[in-house]
Each structure stands twice: as structure tokens, then as C-alpha cells.
Design a protein around this ligand. Structure first.
Ligand code: URA
Length: 428
């Protein structure tokens, strides 16, 4: 007897009414959708049903496995280094992958950082790297394996055969209001990360206005479900919950963020970016079983050496000047006092509107567009002095970007209470 076939409408209504989907039914659904046998409108109804009704642990494990099995799993067993990987659920100014991958490679692990492009207000790692003159995102599997062996790290595009079900489903969710469902995010991320074939995985789950998860409770649930999926698939997985109410660092935008990552690799850079880079690196190094402190390796300059080799290996010129935007506008403080709030979502949307992000898949982004912050929450600010500078090649976008900043800045008489960057750690 061939595999059981199900009916799309029955599958949608069962989930809509709070029922459980059988393992076979989930495998059929993902497979039929990937092959084009289930229409987009049916799959989007199904995603909405999951958004409201959820998936239990067994359903989620099966859903994730079906997405993983829609493509192939990479085999990194030929590399002599232990492969470890990190994934962030996405934030504003989150350029951590750029200094982190070469740092962890300099510590002795292999870091296969298969990345994506940005959609909406969160930036994509590939868009940032592509602002480096000559740098190529696409590597064959063979070239990736060689680079992991010789350089230790690669940031590159995920191939078409890595969880193709997710590529299709993610694009559908993006236009149907079904991104923010915990089981759909967990299966989307973990199917790709398990397919990458790393032995260890550190998840940076963002919490706050600029993140998909707005509250620590929801972020904790997402984190623990992803940790469970990783463990069940044989990938040692740890998650950190980190703050995303305010942008990370001072630079938001593609080339601007590369510039800030270079400062960190050179031993400087904003405190929050350095703290998160070193904290995540310690987790990755521990998962790789290495006895070395990444803070010492960062200070030694060896991570910068790996960065240069990593960029050169993909055709980039690490010494070339980064592109700059043609127009700039300074936003000043409306009063004197302390900066109490700098909303990550407002700043992210403003940077996106300046041209750093895209509204539709496939659109080009501006390498130089974005925002440089001159003050962060807790800093004293003076009326009429610069708070941030906005950059773009298309000045007609300035007005819309400024509108996104409406209400994003708070100035008060007292400094705000400091909130930690790392809010929680979730392990199996
Ligand atoms: N990142 C992903 O890869 N998938 C999601 O669903 C959300 C964030």
C-alpha cells in the first residue's frame, strides 16, 4: 500500500477546531505543499490555524522533521574541527555573526554560518556582508567544506536544497500575518539549523519591541521548544534570551554594521556588542569542547586575522573602503536630560525606510543606508545636540524614515534603570 493521502480541507479544519494532526498527515502536508500539490491559500489557512491552535511537542517534532527532510542534511564529518553554529531570531543592529564567526574559528572550532537576507525591519547577514566590495555569498558545498577546514569560518547563503519547504512556507507566512507563531518559528529555524549539520548550536532568542517575541514569557517558550528540538535531533543546543528593546550597538544598516563589527574585531566597539559577542562565543566554544577564553583570543587580534582570510576566501577585499551613503541628516535631542528609551522597532523601521532593508523579496538594498546612534539609553543628552545621523542615497525617503522615529525616543530627568543584556539561559 502506498503512503496514506489526506485532504487539505480536512487538515485545515481539524487544526482550526483544535484537533491533533497525525504524523502521517503532517508529513503529507509539508511534502504536498513543497511539491505544489497544496495551494498557497490552503497552506496559509493551515498556518493561521496553527497560529491560533498551536502544535503539541510531538506534532512540532514531526513538522520540523518533515521540513528538514524536504531537503538534504549537510555532512560536516570530514572537517577536523568540531562545527558549532549560532542563530539569532532577528533584531535591529544585530551584526553579532560578523565578529562572532571569525572569533569562534580563531578559538579552534568550525563555524558554518549559513545565513539569509533581511525582510522587513530586521537586517539580513548576507546583505551586510555584500556591502564588502567583491564579496560573494554563494559557495558550493565543496568550497564551504574547504573553507571550514582552512579558514575555520564561512558566512554564506543557504543553498536551495537546505529545507526548501521552509523557503516556500516562510515567504507565505511573511505575507499572511503568520510569522509570529511559536511552533512555526521553532520549526523554521530548527529545520535549517539541523540541516546544517553542526554538532552544537547556540540560539540567541531576542525579546522586546524590535523582536518577534515581545515578552520574556513567549521568548522563553520559543527558546525551550527549540532547545528540545535540537536535543532530539542530536544537536547540543543552548539558548540565551537577550534584550531587543533597544538596538544593539550604535550602527544600524549594512555597511555601517560591517564597520562596527570591524571595530569589535580590532579590540574596540560598543560595550553591548562586545559583551554579546564574547558571551555567545563562550557558549559555542564550550559546546565544541574547547578550553579557551574567547575574550583573550579577541584581544590577541587573531579573530581579525580570520575575518580577513574569511572575506578574501569569498572574493572580498577586506582593505577596501566600505560604501557610504550620499545624503545624511542629523536628528537632535528635543530637550536635555537622560535618554530613557530608544525603541528598537522605530529605529529598525526608520533604517529600513532609508533603504537598508527591502519591502519585497528580491529587491536591492542600499549598502550605505542606515542610522548611526550618538547616544544610547542611560546617556546624558543636551537639547539640540545630535542623537543620531540618518544616511541614505535616496533623500526622498528621509521624511518617511523620520516619521518612523516619532515616539521612539524618550528623554527624562533621571537615567533609566539598567536592564541586563542577557536575560536568561535555557539549556536542555
Ligand atoms: N527566522 C526564521 O528563520 N524563521 C522564522 O520563522 C522566524 C525567524
Amino acid at each position: 500500500m502506498g503512503p496514506m493521502t489526506y485532504n487539505a480541507v480536512e487538515t485545515i479544519t481539524r487544526k482550526r477546531d483544535g484537533g491533533r494532526l497525525a504524523d502521517d498527515q503532517i508529513r503529507w502536508l509539508i511534502d504536498a505543499y513543497t511539491r505544489g500539490d497544496i495551494a498557497d491559500e490552503q497552506m496559509s489557512a493551515c498556518a493561521m490555524a496553527v497560529f491560533f491552535q498551536g502544535l503539541d511537542d510531538a506534532e512540532l517534532a514531526c513538522w520540523t522533521r518533515a521540513m528538514l527532510d524536504s531537503g538534504k542534511r549537510m555532512d560536516l564529518s570530514t572537517t577536523s574541527r568540531v562545527a558549532v553554529d549560532k542563530h539569532s531570531t532577528g533584531g535591529v543592529g544585530d551584526k553579532i555573526t560578523l565578529p562572532l564567526a571569525p572569533l569562534v574559528a580563531a578559538c579552534g572550532a568550525a563555524v558554518p554560518q549559513l545565513s539569509g537576507r533581511g525582510l522587513g525591519h530586521t537586517g539580513g547577514t548576507l546583505d551586510k556582508m555584500e556591502s564588502i566590495p567583491g564579496w560573494q555569498a554563494y559557495l558550493s558545498d565543496a568550497a564551504l567544506l574547504t573553507q571550514l577546514e582552512t579558514v575555520g569560518a564561512a558566512i554564506c547563503a543557504a543553498g536551495a536544497d537546505l529545507a526548501p519547504a521552509d523557503k516556500k512556507l516562510y515567504a507565505l507566512r511573511d505575507v499572511t500575518g503568520t510569522i509570529e507563531a511559536i511552533p512555526l518559528i521553532a520549526s523554521s529555524i530548527m529545520s535549517k539549523k539541523i540541516a546544517e549539520g553542526a554538532a552544537g548550536l547556540v540560539l540567541d532568542v531576542k525579546v522586546g519591541t524590535g523582536a518577534f517575541m515581545k515578552t520574556p514569557e513567549r521568548a522563553r517558550e520559543l527558546a525551550s521548544r527549540m532547545v528540545g528540538l535540537g536535543q532530539a535531533a542530536g544537536v547540543r543546543t543552548v539558548a540565551l534570551l537577550t534584550d531587543m528593546n533597544t538596538p544593539l550597538g550604535n550602527a544600524i544598516g549594512n555597511a555601517l554594521e560591517v564597520g562596527e563589527a570591524l571595530e569589535v574585531l580590532a579590540g574596540g566597539g560598543p560595550d553591548d556588542v562586545v559583551e554579546l559577542t564574547v558571551t555567545l562565543a563562550r557558549e559555542m566554544v564550550t559546546l565544541a569542547g574547547l578550553d579557551i577564553d574567547p575574550a583573550d583570543v579577541l584581544a590577541s587580534g587573531r579573530a581579525m586575522d580570520v575575518w580577513r582570510r574569511m572575506v578574501e576566501a569569498q572574493g572580498g577585499d577586506p582593505a577596501a573602503p566600505l560604501p557610504q551613503a550620499r545624503f545624511a541628516e542629523v536628528v537632535t535631542a528635543e530637550s536635555s536630560g537622560y535618554l530613557t528609551r530608544l525603541d528598537a522597532l522605530g529605529v529598525g523601521v526608520a533604517s529600513w525606510r532609508l533603504g537598508a532593508g527591502r519591502a519585497r523579496q528580491g529587491e536591492a538594498v542600499q549598502a550605505g543606508a542606515g542610522i548611526m546612534l550618538h547616544a544610547k539609553p542611560g546617556d546624558a543628552v543636551k537639547s539640540c545636540e545630535p542623537l543620531m545621523t540618518l544616511y541614505t542615497d535616496t533623500p526622498e525617503r528621509m521624511e518617511d524614515a523620520l516619521a518612523a522615529l516619532d515616539g521612539a525616543v524618550g528623554i527624562g530627568p533621571e537615567p533609566p534603570t539598567r536592564t541586563p543584556l542577557v536575560l536568561d539561559r535555557i539549556e536542555p
